[in-house]
Design a protein around this ligand. Structure first.
Ligand code: DGL
Length: 246
């Protein structure tokens, strides 16, 4: 079975697209919501926590893993791939070919993603603007859409960019709010195309959701961001693991 990994509800932006493409396909979704946000952590911590989550997913029966998190992908994606026995696909390397045809790109992501320099290295001078938005992931985890906070977080965006790349899987969940603030800038959400690439790995089985902390909190935010898109959220969330917080 395919395992989808994120620190919280962000990976649901990928899961939702998968469900739209194939409502009967199922995955194992793992959210390390005890330690979200990963975007403010060091690379070492992100690696240790992600490795732990991957081990849980393998124990739960995952035979391949999709990292639906730019923070994990851009900081430790290659290391995780080398140190794991099963195939790992990641949203960051999937995104590069979507961006290369463009010439003036703005990107928004977590602190860790932006300071990793991953997209800046891959796309060079095409990246006009790279902005870290550390307050948006906690807001989305709480199921909130605070326009004033979103506006303040995106203040530095250059209005002359050709497109704005959502380099955090949480951000497509507030895509409409971002688009209201920047009506003339196309938003690039790699979740749609990443979900398409994952489709052959999904199984004809019900989804299973696992979180490391509060299942009811996850459920509340997840329903807020999924039901408005008319994607049903019919699951039982299991909070099975108590990760070692260090
Ligand atoms: N969804 C994660 C990403 O794509 C958010 C990370 C966080 O936990 O800060 O970067």
């Amino acid at each position: 079975m395919l395992g989808i990994l994120d620190s919280g509800v962000g990976g649901l932006s990928v899961w939702k697209e998968l469900k739209k493409l194939s409502p009967n396909s199922g995955v194992l979704y793992f959210a390390d919501n005890a330690r979200v946000p990963y975007g403010n952590l060091t690379r070492d911590k992100i690696f240790i926590y992600s490795k732990e989550s991957i081990s849980h997913l393998i124990d739960l029966g995952a035979t391949s893993i999709a990292i639906a998190c730019h923070t994990i992908s851009t900081t430790t994606g290659p290391l995780l791939k080398h140190s794991t026995q099963i195939p790992i696909l990641d949203i960051a390397s999937h995104s590069i070919p979507l961006l290369t045809p463009l010439n003036r790109i703005g990107i928004i992501g977590t602190k860790a993603t932006i300071s990793s320099g991953y997209y800046q290295r891959a796309l060079g001078e095409k990246i006009i603007n790279a902005i870290a938005c550390p307050h948006l992931v906690p807001m989305i985890e709480n199921g909130e859409v605070d326009m004033a906070l979103i506006k303040a977080s995106l203040e530095g965006i250059d209005p002359t960019i050709e497109a704005l790349f959502l380099a955090c899987t949480h951000f497509p969940l507030i895509k409409e709010a971002i688009q209201i603030l920047f009506p003339h800038i196309p938003l690039i959400d790699p979740a749609i195309s990443f979900a398409k690439s994952l489709l052959p790995l999904a199984s004809a089985a019900p989804d299973e959701f696992y979180v490391t902390k509060d299942a009811s909190h996850f459920y509340k935010s997840a329903t807020i961001f999924c039901e408005e898109k008319k994607v049903a959220f019919p699951f039982l969330i299991k909070s099975l693991y108590s990760p070692l917080i260090s």
